[in-house]
Design a protein around this ligand. Sequence first.
Ligand SMILES: CC(=O)N[C@H]1[C@@H](OP(=O)(O)OP(=O)(O)OC[C@H]2O[C@@H](n3ccc(=O)[nH]c3=O)[C@H](O)[C@@H]2O)O[C@H](CO)[C@@H](O)[C@@H]1O
Ligand SMILES: C=C(OP(=O)(O)O)C(=O)O
Length: 416
Amino acid sequence: MDKFIVHGGNKLKGEINLKGAKNAVLPIVAATILNEGESIIHNVPNIADVNVMIDILRHVGCFVKFEDGTLIIDTKNMHISEIPEDFVRRMRSSIILLGAMVGRFEHTKISYPGGCEIGLRPIDLHLKSLSSMGVRIQERHGYINCKRETLKGVEIQLDFPSVGATENIMLAGVRCKGITKIYNAAKEPEIIDLQNFLNCMGAKIKGAGTSYIEIEGVSKLHNVEYSIIPDRIAIGTYLTAAAITKGEVTINNVVPEHIQSIVSKLKEVGCDIRYIGNSIKLIAPKVLNPIENIRTLPYPGFPTDMQAQITALMTLSSGTSLIEENIFENRFKYCNELMRMGANITICGKTAIVKGVESLTGAKVNSEDLRGGAALVIAALSANGYSEIYGIQHIDRGYENMEKVLSSLGANIVRA
Ligand SMILES: CC(=O)N[C@H]1[C@@H](OP(=O)(O)OP(=O)(O)OC[C@H]2O[C@@H](n3ccc(=O)[nH]c3=O)[C@H](O)[C@@H]2O)O[C@H](CO)[C@@H](O)[C@@H]1O
Ligand SMILES: C=C(OP(=O)(O)O)C(=O)O
């Protein structure tokens, strides 16, 4: 297995362009199944999760070509409606295929995703919603078996604004007879991107980005060409890396509204942040202020997917920071590894209490999940001496060539 070797201490300086959002592209690729034809998708990151999705689509009989950030998918010849366990184990979020598969096939079978390193992650809201739309669901031997005749539009009140459940309902709703109404829907920008993609394909959806979404079922969809929104989490990750190294970095092609909660915290830390057209420039302060109230929340709150990275930054602040995780129950595991690097962190229930230290020291550390891994890289970039970061297959799930992006900004990082 590969690792990153990082010699800390270099200030990040320069300008980068990043590809589209992992969490937007995955449901959009799932959505291509609904149209029995061709989709062309631009600005797609070459990350492991996208490649698992491609493997799944090829397995079920689709044609897929992926070159230079453009995906061409033809789902006309898709003839298998079962997703086996080994794919779902490689990527838990393959559950997002369920809504689209149910929309297209009368019988569908998908391996149960189970929990992961950051939490139990049940899918009760997905299944309850699909079942209210007319899908008969049996959970057996680790598989979810779905059968349906006509899908019907219904009113769904989500107990929690789950991103994945909202997406699965939207996907199935496109093929329903009648109108599906989602109350307490997730409001993440990736939900809007899915709506826009589906509408470009001939769907009739409105309301994404608010807590009420309406999907009018349609009988026919058509071929589509689309470009994925920027990755607000990757942008936040590299801005945080710039901040911890006392650097100065510009990231092109951002949507300011999508990163507002992240930028607001980086400003509290003391960073000077400016927008120039579609670009964002961060100039790090000499001293990092602590922050006492970072609370992860559904969008537009501070994203759980940035919690680990901001915690890494706070390990070097001039005081005590409090970071509360409200979305996943087990998302502080990486803190043990930060402590091997000299961080002073106490976990108290849902809160990490981070007392800033003068400096971190390089160490051998292990990443167990995607954002925890990114946090370890961020810490290593600023640490004295060198670090070895293992488990980087998790990082590769969501960051395209992280070591190349960081090297282009002057970091001393190699994959070995
Ligand atoms: C591929 C993708 O887009 N992943 C994102 C998506 O994950 P995902 O769609 O899995 O996240 P959800 O919004 O569904 O989960 C949020 C919370 O709801 C709980 N829950 C969810 C569904 C359900 O049926 N029952 C239930 O209890 C989960 O365990 C979790 O505690 O949104 C998360 C929250 O912003 C992000 O961290 C992930 O990066
Ligand atoms: C938790 C994440 O993703 P996933 O839902 O794909 O595990 C993430 O992107 O941080």
